[in-house]
Write a new protein. Sequence first.
Length: 296
Amino acid sequence: MQTLKITLEWFLNPDHLPMIAGIQSGRYAEHGIAVELIEPSDHYDGFEDLLKENIDLHSNEPLHLFEHHHPQLRALGCFFETDGGVLLRHDRVAKLQNGEKVRICTPAAEPKTNRIGYEILRRYAEKQGFRLPENQIEFVQADFHHIDNLLNNQDLDGAWLCFYNFEAIEAQHKNLDFVFIDQHQSPFANFSALELMTTQSILAKKGDIIAQFLQISSEMTTLCQQNPDLAKKYYYSYTQTQADDLMNAIIDDTLPRLVSPIRADAARWQKVREMMTELGIVALSDEQYAQLFQAA
């Protein structure tokens, strides 16, 4: 057996069903692959761990490929894409319009990520016909449990870095009245997706087994989409949790958003790259950008 250690972007959830199914079905094991899924302490742990070769693969949003660019970094392919952005309490939209301070919780309250969150809100405001100064938005460091954070703290007006299939479905289930400001509400390039990545050095050592892993994971996506009840069985078995209506609803919304086949695709994130350059966050040369997707 060859082991592949994979650090996730945050807590284990149905976004990771292709890998969960590969483990639970025994398909990875049939091909001599032992897959270990690791929940991080911090959203960006995987990038440092990759470069230190503490892990073999990392899952994160594609915009972080550019933020954490390194000559060794390689994108392997997107396995999940949803609608994403800022979830705002419905009764707090008026605060945006009235020039009041708006507090947004996020698991990554750092300058670059805050800049993108603000830009989403600014463009939304512009589309609605009002101006939103940057100092009107305060990003508050919190954990990944967006909806519980909002329900437990009325001083928080919204949450940033939200996925519709998880946070919006959870908000509906818990009767939180909200506005979901995604790429349909605000003109920005959607990056709410999960890309698998590794390094050129790791590929040189484990390229064949990684290629096999990607093929099996793609097959598991199709299996889960065609067999939702089986996907739920795998999920609850792997996570050792009890089935409930909320998680069933999240899984049902997630399954159509899984992407197969999983393969490196530079064209997929070109608009995100352009947006990152426009916002002054990071500007990759054509050579640097192309190199990210040269998983060979």
